[in-house]
Design a protein around this ligand. Sequence first.
Ligand SMILES: Cc1cc2nc3c(=O)[nH]c(=O)nc-3n(C[C@H](O)[C@H](O)[C@H](O)COP(=O)(O)O)c2cc1C
Length: 150
Amino acid sequence: MKQFRTLIVCDSPHHGNTRKVADALAEEFPEITVMTINEARAASLKEYDLVGLASGIYYGSFSKPLLAYAETLPRGTAVFTLYTYGIKRDGYVNRLHEILRTRGCRIIGSYGCPGYDTFGPLKLVGGISKDHPNATDIRLAASFYEHLKK
Ligand SMILES: Cc1cc2nc3c(=O)[nH]c(=O)nc-3n(C[C@H](O)[C@H](O)[C@H](O)COP(=O)(O)O)c2cc1C
């Protein structure tokens, strides 16, 4: 029987916060492979049953390269979205999910948690969401992923 496989495509330029969550998931669930966007563009999606799109939040949305990558996904792809942010707020997923819906992808869930943020003036005060993602953020991400597959 073919093994279930998941690809997480991750763009994490600020502090590697989102990559930390993605890598922790890959460590816990052997069916997960994590790739950068460039690596994913060179790979075949046919090998994967589920695709995770992961990035930090920049100016209220997922990263521009990740939004552009989402535009290339084939119709019917099962997708979950994963993100880290400095300040919790509604709507960070809206733009990405709109792209995915327009492309006919199936959005099966989304998980977000805080990530260390030193953007702009925040640097002067030592940043916010320090020490995130932490062990609890990662445990919740693992439980989110586990429930997705059920
Ligand atoms: C240019 C820039 C813009 C950002 N905009 C937001 C924002 O709109 N909302 C927010 O909560 N965090 C914002 N952040 C903080 C990041 O989302 C947060 O630090 C995230 O964990 C970065 O993920 P990464 O390390 O995986 O790149 C911004 C950070 C940068 C560098």
